[in-house]
Write a protein that binds this ligand. Structure first.
Ligand SMILES: [Zn+2]
Length: 286
């Protein structure tokens, strides 16, 4: 789509936009390369395709360090980023609802920066004694509140293979975005995205939020305990990446990766989270 036509489309309310159809061969390749996408039903794939069309219209890709982001790369990222939105309603209980409201979960940013490989970020923390520690952190991706998402293409390209271990960098960063949505500036995500309706049989959103916090907190404690047993006493290592033990936000992001790309194993490993996430991500949408 020409830049002017694209700008005009973006200016329209989403309901009136008409994204360009995705090239059929490119879409087929994208599905084939990601086992968790090829397993979707025909109706789900059609819905994902529609979400991707709007996503590609709304977002801007930037290749870092001379990387050229091809259509295939952008579509691969779009399809994985839109997977968590497949069945969910928008983040706010808006009426009338629009079938594409789910994309509002990602409405606080436009840019997606694609690095050729992992990026190195300088970090700084201050300990209890007031001593400042500076260190380098290697990142496969990063989501910034009200800012862009950064992804390492080297890691994104491994998505098909990584699914067996329940890993997916795109889903990780985009569920961080869902977690951050509606957050006060300066706050940190806490593994509890906005819930605007009664879910899991509760009548009100406040009860649904309580249910979320209780279930997540129990699952997080159990995971940390299992990890400690494995690391200190030689117990069996949990299936999920140990990074999930960092804090509740990372626990949410890491468990969502597994939920979306390897549901079979996730069902066995995290049964309480399976019904929690089914209730949240599969909540009624228009
Ligand atoms: Zn993270």
């Amino acid at each position: 789509m020409k830049p002017v036509a694209r700008l005009l489309q973006r200016w329209l309310p989403r309901l009136w936009r008409s994204p360009q159809p995705l090239p059929a061969a490119l879409w087929r390749d994208t599905l084939r390369q990601h086992p968790f996408l090829s397993k979707l039903t025909a109706a789900e794939q059609t819905r994902l395709q529609q979400l991707c069309g709007h996503f590609l219209l709304e977002k801007e890709f930037h290749g870092a360090h001379g990387l050229r982001v091809t259509d295939a790369m952008a579509l691969s990222i779009a399809a994985q980023a839109c997977l968590p939105l497949l069945h969910i309603a928008g983040p706010t209980d808006r009426r009338p609802r629009n079938p594409m409201d789910a994309l509002d979960w990602y409405d606080d940013f436009v840019g997606i920066v694609v690095q050729p490989g992992a990026a190195v970020a300088m970090r700084e923390t201050t300990d209890a004694a007031g001593v400042v520690h500076r260190y380098r952190e290697v990142l496969a991706g990063e989501a910034m509140d009200r800012g862009p998402v950064m992804l390492s293409w080297e890691d994104v390209a491994q998505a098909g293979l990584a699914a067996s271990s329940g890993s997916n960098v795109v889903i990780h960063e985009f569920v961080h975005k869902m977690d951050m949505r509606g957050m006060q500036a300066g706050d940190s995500p806490d593994g509890a995205p906005a819930i605007s309706q009664g879910l899991w049989g509760t009548a009100r959103s406040t009860q649904a939020r309580q249910h979320w916090r209780r279930t997540m907190s129990e699952a997080y404690s159990q995971f940390r305990e299992a990890l400690t047993l494995a690391e200190r006493f030689g117990g069996e290592r949990p299936w999920l990446d140990s990074y999930a033990a960092k804090d509740p936000a990372e626990f949410f992001a890491v468990t969502c990766e597994a939920y979306f790309v390897n549901r079979e194993r996730f069902t066995v490993e995290c049964p309480t989270l399976l019904s929690l996430y089914d209730g949240f991500f599969r909540a009624h949408r228009p």
